[in-house]
Design a protein around this ligand. Sequence first.
Ligand code: FE2
Length: 371
Amino acid sequence: MGTEPKQLRLAFGANPTAQMSVSWQTEQPLQDPVVEYGETPQLGNRVAAERVSYPYETGVIYRAQLSDLRPAQRYYYRVGSARGGYSRAYAFRTAPSGLQDFLFTAFADHGTTSFSRQNTRNVAAHNPLFHFIAGDTSYANGRQPIWDTYFEQLEVLAARIPVMVCFGNHENERIGEQRIGYIAAETRFAMPNRGQYYDFTVSNARFVAFNSNERESEPQYQWVEDALKRARADRTIRWLIVFAHHPLYGSTQRRGNNSGMIRRFQPLFDRYRVDLVIHGHDHGYERMYPMRDGKAVVKSGNRYRQGAGVVYLTCGGGGVSLYELAPEPTPWTAKRERVYCYLKVHVPVRGALRVEAYRVDNTPIEAFEIG
Ligand SMILES: [Fe+2]
């Protein structure tokens, strides 16, 4: 064999209403690799896949971009080749065009533990339009076969729900003494701009993702500022949500507030009135009250006026491990818990944005609303 498609994963293309990227891996190269897809289980369309590779790959990675899809449409698909056999068929959904309520899920610091697997199943069960992992995905740490374990584990989710990522410190790898940087993550995840910094739009929400390891990068900083400015100049955009691995504010034993992140990004997030920033890096759950100029603008309740301040949230309890909390929270912490967690975010056309945080056993941590 060796031609069996494994590690199937979907990602939004630059336009989530019309484009979906499909990736998979085999042990042996395929002749004429394809994705077959269509609006019915009979499929009917096919697109050729291309091989993508990097020097430390552990198999043969294929990727195809489906484009000219219809918005808010269910598509069935399978991957493989006539000679080597096909995967089973899965289905996915494209994003709606125009305004429509939708749901996404998120966490960070994922890993390959039993908690990681349970959390993957948890978010899949909510059937979100997409799932976001805010950095530190496989924890391969240079051991490339761990990426295979990771994507095999992710398939239950990623074969039918697009999974988007921004990079954390663990995507910046070394093998022994050799720095290989982001090459594995860039090749294995099919993100816009190789996953470094990008934005995408669903309904009336603009999502901006960047690589907070490279927080001193001027080109990235300029791009983030421009992306936030464009979002706020766009009358069709109501919600502005940012993903970055490293939190500005936090209170674990191991780390407190990140002065570098604060210096660089707090003024930007304030200026463009970002609604919600989702982080990882601190392994647990910690959420701030809406903040402006480095202070909480309100310090009670769980319903906030949109535009009053930026809500910073760390959901680094994706599954890999947990950190001890510092004895004292930050002065702005609304809720924190040493717990494996995930987020379910309801993005409405009208009314309030609703963020629900859950433990890995699906019991609620908290919920809050902006609007
Ligand atoms: Fe991290």
